[in-house]
Design a binder for this molecule. Structure first.
Ligand code: ARG
Length: 459
């Protein structure tokens, strides 16, 4: 089969080598973007009198037909035509005759592929943002229901201080808020047109890059043609924002996995998001949360392959760059799927408030409160820490908790203790009183939920 670029070749291509070099098996995903870019390019060529209006009309009609066929999945691509760009050009000339060959005037596959990728990622960045917003909404809704639900808060996975469950959910809300704004910010650099940069150096044709940029709804054009065709920063940015999203999801997944274990018993995931065991009839496994935790690895992997791929590449286009696509497609699919599943899990989970309540009464996470109590009555905090530490030890020896320790034991430890400590030590009091800005006190948490809702409204 003759190649579209076959002029200077004396030998015909080998099928097995073609198969190795082809990107069509995966870059067919870019078909819509490719045709959309071509439609803008041909319009510009006619507007700048580089081709005639009749020629442009014929090419446009042909491209429209191909777009319809693509939507119906009726295009049969061939490996011999290497990639989406050459496949479409071949279909076009089959459709409209030699005039189809004028489409590639003043353009190269190098600026073409870059354009396709920009269009593709613009769309999917916006999709991911919308999904992240939905997950934030789910978190705010759960938070709203659980302002006064108290759970043990941990450091080092050891009970530390009790916190409001809403505060815990809102912590993830703010992580996702950063993720959302990171993606939003990346759009500024992403939404720039490389089209018209040519192979690397621009073109002799009197093209109008601003016009194609406008037609494709880009905010501007790359200032430098070499940069335009060799830049893949926008994909690295998307992948790194995605890696961060997955890292956040993976942390919450880990907590859901722990919380739904028999040892914790804090939550039960809805049946939709769990699976059973083929052998153990009692099992209900948090598979979806585990999978999200697992899939985080492949998103990191794609980010690292792209960074490694780009490192050391001389300007401008190099075929290595064809390897930028599969990881990008996979990241889009993985991050979208994961955020969507997570949103569903949050919306439908059952929170076992009674278990949480019981647990917060069965630990020493109110010990700081007792030390603060003594400190607020004038004892140096370091000394208060020591006194309370000894009381905790006494309780452990007796097999009881601080709330169970009788008043005379407290008095023996320090005269500063009064009856009111039994109220101070209640988990709900402990949480309520942590009313510093951004703390877990109920008032603070309610305020944070309001602020969160405001943020969502602005999106
Ligand atoms: N399939 C190629 C890619 O994905 C398109 C650009 C090819 N350009 C070239 N001069 N070989 O990177």
């Amino acid at each position: 089969m003759t190649k579209l670029w076959g002029g200077r070749f004396t030998k015909s291509a080998e099928e097995w080598v073609d198969a190795f070099g082809a990107s069509i098996p995966f870059d067919k995903e870019l078909v819509e973007e490719d045709i959309t870019g071509s439609l803008a390019h041909v319009k510009m060529l006619a507007a700048c009198d580089i081709i005639t209006d009749e020629e442009a009309a014929a090419i446009t009609e042909g491209l429209q037909k191909l777009l319809n066929k693509a939507e119906k999945d009726e295009l049969s691509y061939s490996i011999q035509n290497e990639d989406i760009h050459l496949n479409i050009e071949k279909f076009l000339t089959d459709e409209v005759g030699p005039v189809g060959g004028k489409l590639h005037t003043g353009r190269s596959r190098n600026d073409q592929v870059a354009t396709d990728m920009h269009l593709y990622l613009r769309k999917h960045t916006k999709d991911v943002m919308a999904l992240v917003k939905q997950m934030q909404e789910a978190l705010v809704e759960q938070a709203d229901k659980h302002v006064e639900t108290i759970i043990p808060g941990y450091t080092h996975l050891q009970r530390a201080q009790p916190v409001s469950l809403a505060h815990h959910f809102m912590a993830y809300f703010w992580m996702l808020e950063r993720d959302y704004t990171r993606l939003e910010d990346s759009l500024k650099r992403l939404n720039i047109s490389p089209l018209g940069a040519g192979a690397l150096a621009g073109t002799t044709f009197p093209i109008d890059r601003h016009y194609t940029a406008e037609l494709l709804e880009f905010d501007g054009i790359y200032e430098n043609s070499l940069d335009a065709v060799s830049d893949r920063d926008f994909i690295v940015e998307f992948m790194s924002a995605s890696a961060m999203i997955m890292m956040h999801l993976s942390r919450l997944a880990e907590e859901f996995i722990l919380w739904s274990s028999q040892e914790f018993g804090f939550i039960e995931l809805d049946d939709t998001f769990a699976t059973g065991s083929s052998i153990m009839p009692q099992k209900k496994n948090p598979d979806m949360a585990e999978l999200i935790r697992g899939k985080t690895g492949r998103v990191y992997g794609s980010l690292f392959s792209l960074l490694t791929l780009l490192k050391g590449l001389p300007l401008a286009y190099n075929k290595d760059m064809q390897e930028d696509k599969e990881g990008m497609f996979d990241t889009v699919t993985t991050v979208k799927g994961s955020v969507k599943i997570f949103t569903g899990m949050i919306e439908t989970m059952t929170v076992n408030t009674d278990v949480m309540e019981k647990e917060t009464h069965s630990d020493f996470s109110n010990a700081t409160e007792l030390a603060d109590y003594l400190a607020s009555k004038g004892m140096p905090f370091r000394q208060a820490h020591e006194v309370v530490g000894k009381l905790v030890l006494l309780c452990i020896q007796k097999g009881i908790y601080l709330l169970d320790l009788p008043m005379d034991e407290y008095k023996q430890a320090s005269e500063l203790f009064e009856e009111d400590i039994y109220d101070v030590l209640k988990p709900s009091t402990v949480v309520k009183r942590r009313n510093s800005a951004g703390g877990t006190g109920f008032e603070q948490v309610k305020k944070a939920i309001e602020t969160g809702r405001e943020k969502l409204k602005q999106k």
